[in-house]
Design a protein around this ligand. Structure first.
Ligand code: CA
Ligand code: CA
Ligand code: ZN
Length: 261
């Protein structure tokens, strides 16, 4: 009696990701009455959904129970990640979760499941051909969203400032902006490069800003008044000398880049 290594690897990865989660394998009495991957193959009288010719009794289905350690939101996200990952799907025979089921035999199209909807657990059936696949299941790992930080906050603030500056006047149509951009470029490429370099220095000084994104925005409206250049240079000097904090640099930048209209 054993769980196929493929599904043991999935079990281990899930338990590592959600310590305390309950995972069942071998089926209960109800399962024994019908074909199920919870029933072991190579076992007299056992109704396994899949069997292989290796002579070893194996079950290939696991049930991941919803509970404190593994919430419905966790389950929703896990199923989505698994189904979205061709490698993960390739190791599976079927998935049942919360009124839906996806089967290899059906090309992994979602089908609704009204009877026995599996609202309190995910059912994963492993593919018999992958029994010996001991590789990890990268799709299990929760991809952490970027952590909220001072830097992220600063980037968001700077983006909104630039946004307000660049597109602050909704009456200015995109085409007009594009025409203006082209004219500006023809006018004074060297000036723009100098301004861009100055701005890049300012933004690099203001730690955590998305310099590329901001420069792209600035590039669109690059040829503003040349006196701004001097003000920015002063801002660079003040930030590099430590006279201004990153927050103060942002505040000054806001003043230098007033919203249109
Ligand atoms: Ca077997
Ligand atoms: Ca096997
Ligand atoms: Zn099950």
């Amino acid at each position: 009696m054993a769980r196929a290594a493929n599904m043991q690897a999935l079990t281990s990865d899930i338990k590592r990701q959600w310590p305390g989660v309950t995972v069942y394998g071998i089926g209960d009495e109800a399962h024994k009455a019908r074909a199920s991957d919870h029933n072991e193959d190579d076992t007299a009288g056992s109704k396994a959904a899949q069997s292989d010719p290796d002579g070893r009794a194996e079950h290939r289905a696991i049930d991941i129970m919803i509970g404190k350690a593994f919430t419905k939101a966790d389950a929703d996200a896990l199923v989505a990640r698994i189904l979205a990952d061709p490698k993960a799907r390739g190791r599976l025979y079927g998935v049942i979760w919360h009124g839906s089921q996806w089967w290899r035999s059906n090309g992994w199209a979602r089908q609704s499941r009204t009877s026995d909807p599996h609202n309190d657990h995910i059912h994963f059936s492993g593919l018999a051909a992958d029994d010996e696949n001991t590789a990890t299941w990268p799709a299990v790992a929760v991809k952490r969203a970027p952590t909220s930080s001072v830097e992220d906050d600063m980037t968001a603030k700077a983006s909104s400032i630039i946004e307000a500056w660049g597109v602050g006047d909704p009456s200015v149509e995109p085409v007009k902006w594009r025409q203006r951009d082209e004219a500006y470029q023809a006018e004074d490429v060297a000036w723009r490069k100098r301004t861009d370099a100055t701005l890049a220095a300012v933004l690099a000084a203001a730690k955590g800003l998305n310099t590329q994104q901001i420069l792209a925005r600035i590039d669109q409206v690059a040829a503003a008044e040349s006196e701004r250049d001097a003000a920015l240079a002063e801002l660079v000097r003040a930030s590099q000398s430590g006279e201004l904090t990153a927050e103060q640099v942002l505040a000054k930048l806001r003043d230098l880049l007033p919203a249109q209209g």
